[in-house]
Design a protein around this ligand. Structure first.
Ligand code: GLN
Length: 304
C-alpha cells in the first residue's frame, strides 16, 4: 500500500506557486503545509502528516453543492446550469451565450447558482442545509469559519458581479446578495484532508459514504457530479489534468484538491501555493504520483 508520508516528503521540496491572497485568511496560509489522505471503498482512511490541519474548503465545495442542488430540486438544477467546460478562469464574468445560464457548476457563476438552489426555506435554513449536507458527505460534523465567510462575502466583488449578472438575465431567483452570502458560507466550511478524502470517496462510490454507510445522494446524482468534475473540475486546466492525472477532481484556492476515482476511492491533497489556474502545485504533482502509483488513470488501461 502507498506510503502517504513518503509521498509528502517527495512533494515538500517543490517551491513553485503562490498562496492566494484574495482574502486575508487565505493570504496567511502556511506555504509549507502539505497533507494527503485517501478513503477507500472499504471505509479505511489513510493519511499523511498534516492531514488533520483545518482549512476552508473553498471551491472544492462546488461538486457537493451541485449534488445537493440536484437532490433538492429533483434534478431540475440540470436545466438551470450548463455542463460545458469554459476554458476560462474560475471567476470569469461570463454566462452561457443564448441562455444566460452559468456555464457549469464548477466555476463561480455555477456555484453561486447551485448554492442558491439548495432548499432551506430562508437564508439561515439554506446555510444549515448546506453545512449539514457537506457533513454527511464527510461523515462528521463540519463547521463554518465565520471570519472566512465574512471576508468572502465582503471582498468577493466578482461573485457579486456574477450574481447581479444572473439576476439581470433572469437565471438567479434569489437576491444577488443572498446568493453571494450562501456561496461565501459554503466556501468557508472547514475541512481537513481526511474529511475531504471521505467526501470525494462518497461521490466516487455512487453517493454512499464508505465510512458511515449513509447514502448521501442517489447513484445517478453522484455519477452526474463526477462526470462534470472530469470535464470542468480544474477550470482551464481540466484537459491537461485529465491527461496527466486521469481522475475526476476539483481544485480550490485554499490549495485543496479533492479526487474521486470512480468505484475505487476518494483522495485529497492540500498545499496552499497555487499555479496560474488556481490549482495547488504540490496537489497537482501529488495527484499525478498518486494516480500513477495506484493505477487510477481512467484511460490508462494496459492492452489486454
Ligand atoms: N471563494 C473563492 C471565490 O469565490 C473560491 C474560488 C476557488 O477556490 N477557485 O473566489
Amino acid at each position: 500500500m502507498i506510503d502517504l508520508d513518503a509521498l509528502r516528503e517527495r512533494l515538500l521540496p517543490e517551491r513553485d506557486g503562490a498562496v492566494h491572497d484574495s482574502i486575508p485568511e487565505l493570504a496567511d496560509a502556511d506555504p509549507e503545509r502539505c497533507g494527503l489522505a485517501i478513503a477507500g471503498a472499504d471505509g479505511a482512511v489513510r493519511r499523511s502528516r498534516d492531514a488533520d490541519l483545518p482549512f476552508s474548503v473553498q471551491s472544492a465545495v462546488k461538486p457537493f453543492l451541485f449534488a445537493l442542488a440536484l437532490l433538492d430540486t429533483g434534478g431540475a438544477a440540470h436545466d438551470r446550469v450548463g455542463i460545458e467546460p469554459t476554458g476560462e478562469a474560475f471567476d470569469a464574468i461570463k454566462l452561457e451565450s443564448g441562455t444566460g445560464r452559468p456555464p457549469n457548476p464548477m466555476v463561480n457563476a455555477g456555484a453561486l447558482l447551485t448554492a442558491a438552489l439548495v432548499d432551506g426555506g430562508d437564508a439561515q435554513g439554506r446555510a444549515e442545509r448546506i453545512r449539514s449536507g457537506l457533513s454527511a458527505f464527510a461523515g462528521r460534523d463540519l463547521v463554518v469559519d465565520e471570519d472566512v465567510a465574512r471576508s468572502e462575502h465582503l471582498l468577493g466583488d466578482r461573485n457579486h458581479a456574477l450574481a447581479h449578472l444572473m439576476r439581470a438575465e433572469g437565471t438567479l431567483a434569489l437576491e444577488a446578495d443572498d446568493a453571494v452570502a450562501a456561496y461565501a458560507r459554503a466556501c468557508a466550511v472547514l475541512v481537513d484532508a481526511e474529511a475531504l478524502a471521505v467526501m470525494g470517496a462518497t461521490l466516487a462510490l455512487g453517493g454512499c459514504n464508505p465510512v458511515t454507510g449513509e447514502r448521501v445522494v442517489p447513484t445517478h446524482i453522484a455519477r452526474d457530479v463526477v462526470s462534470v468534475m472530469a470535464s470542468c473540475g480544474v477550470y482551464d486546466g481540466s484537459g491537461r489534468w485529465m491527461r496527466s492525472v486521469g481522475v475526476p477532481a476539483k481544485s480550490s484556492v485554499s490549495g485543496a484538491i479533492v479526487l474521486s476515482a470512480p468505484g475505487v476511492l476518494g483522495a485529497a491533497i492540500v498545499s496552499p501555493p497555487l499555479d496560474d489556474q488556481g490549482t495547488s502545485v504540490r496537489g497537482r504533482i501529488g495527484s499525478e504520483l498518486l494516480s500513477a502509483e495506484l493505477g487510477l488513470h481512467l484511460f490508462g488501461a494496459d492492452q489486454p
